[in-house]
Design a protein around this ligand. Structure first.
Ligand SMILES: [Zn+2]
Length: 64
């Protein structure tokens, strides 16, 4: 199974926009610091996605 590491593209203090930089994927999601996330683009359904920034981590497979 593919593992993709997502990166933070934008952060407005309350929400973070994560994008997957892998070719052919393009997964995007918004993660709220208060909890919860919204998937904007599903991307590669079969990949495991993880990512994070200072003080905040999303675990492999979250939102998948
Ligand atoms: Zn991906």
């Amino acid at each position: 199974m593919n593992q993709h590491r997502m990166v933070v593209e934008a952060d407005n203090g309350a929400e973070l926009l994560f994008v997957c930089p892998y070719d052919g994927c393009g997964r995007r999601l918004v993660l709220k610091r208060s909890g919860g996330l919204t998937v904007l683009d599903r991307g590669d359904f079969f990949a495991l996605h993880s990512g994070g920034t200072e003080g905040l981590q999303i675990e492999a497979g979250i939102g998948g």
